[in-house]
Design a protein around this ligand. Structure first.
Ligand code: F6P
Length: 362
């Protein structure tokens, strides 16, 4: 049986803290344990569609120091690169064949893909079509990939959001205001829930649990009665208005993105009370921040394990974090079992016990 000698890495989907740490770990494991050649593919699958394919042979020098500490991905990524529906000059074309041919032309024995559930789904489909040997590493600040307790990037995002609450607390207290922090999380409320607890939010709003404006106002009034005139509210971008409508921003190119629920909550509170609100939307600082120690460790452990899977020709697997160690599961399990916040998550109970309003109407 021939050995795995030459492997590729690509990062796909939205970037996050810890991607460079993962690439570094893959390189060192592949080089030192197996003496493999490692190629970084630029801009996700887009690099494989170029002629010649846009790749970089990785060397020790690249990882001399700062990359481990840096957010983002030095290889580049793209969250609009679905090759089966690629948009080019206003037209939708299928570039999957081009990508598969690009992969074949590099004579790679295997490919490690670092991505969220969307990217994994696409790469799995490509791998099936082109007989590509893939192993996946989950990354997403939303932490919504199934079958893993943690994905790369999540801890960094929680840390940024917690620091933001820390900074907002003093200004909230100085002006006796209610400060509303809108955080990312396309469908899941993990960032808001975790940062809300760590940063002492009085109100945590997540898409998985229904809230009411009355419930929020009751909480703020109760605080006022106890002579606390300032408060912190954290809200996930995917939380809907009370009437169930999503809050979406439309951009000039007709693109629609989540955003604005913080402003909605602020205006509802201000319409119905004399409480002054201010809104901070955290946005992409949650993605671009230097990775926390936790994310660097997770990324490093994932990288080593992923290379070992390739070396054993154990393809179509996803590495996962389970009970404080790395394990592997079929990629399909990561794709198909979406992970959002469950009502019975112990952290929901933790937030409630801290006196936080977290919804369920009232
Ligand atoms: O899925 C990760 C994520 O950061 C979401 O939390 C957010 O809604 C989205 O990506 C933003 O994507 P973009 O970089 O396209 O604005």
């Amino acid at each position: 049986m021939s050995k795995i000698k030459k492997i590729g890495i690509l990062t796909s989907g939205g970037d996050c803290g810890g991607l460079n740490a993962a690439i570094r770990s893959i390189f060192f494991r592949a080089k030192t344990k197996y003496n493999m050649d490692v190629y970084g593919i630029r801009d996700g699958t887009i690099g494989l569609a170029k002629r010649p394919p846009d790749v970089q042979k990785l060397t020790r020098n690249i990882f001399r120091g700062y990359l481990l500490r840096q957010g983002g991905t030095f290889l580049g990524s793209n969250n609009k690169d679905n090759p089966f529906k690629f948009q080019k000059k206003g037209k939708i074309i299928d570039t999957s064949k081009l990508i598969i041919e690009g992969y074949k032309s590099l004579n790679l024995d295997g490919l490690i893909i670092i991505g969220g559930d969307g990217s994994m789904k696409i790469l799995k489909k490509l791998a099936m079509k082109g007989k590509m040997n893939i192993v996946a590493i989950p990354k997403t600040i939303d932490n919504d990939v199934g079958a893993t307790e943690n994905s790369i990037g999540f801890h960094t995002a929680i840390d940024v959001a917690t620091q933001a609450l820390d900074n907002l607390q003093s200004t909230a207290a100085s002006h006796r205001r209610s400060m509303i922090l809108e955080v990312m999380g396309r469908d899941a409320g993990h960032i808001a829930l975790h940062a809300g607890i760590a940063g002492g939010a009085d109100v945590i709003l997540i898409p998985e649990i229904k809230y009411s404006i009355k419930g929020i106002i009751n909480k703020l009034n109760e605080m006022k009665e106890n002579k606390i005139q300032h408060s912190l509210i954290i809200v996930a971008e995917a939380v809907k208005k009370e009437n169930g409508l999503k809050v979406i921003q439309k951009y000039i190119n007709d693109e629609k993105r989540l955003g604005g629920i913080g402003e909605y909550i602020a205006s509802e509170i201000m319409k119905k009370t004399d409480i002054e609100c201010r809104v901070t939307t955290l946005g992409h600082v949650q993605r671009g921040a230097p990775p926390t120690a936790n994310d660097r460790i997770l990324a490093s452990a994932f990288g080593v394990y992923a290379v070992d899977l390739l070396a054993k020709k154990n393809f179509n697997r996803m590495v996962a974090w389970n009970n404080r160690r790395v394990v592997d599961v079929p990629i399909d399990k990561g794709i198909k079992t979406y992970r959002n916040v469950k009502r019975n998550d112990p952290l929901v109970e933790t937030a409630l016990s801290l006196g936080t309003y977290i919804g369920d109407i009232k």
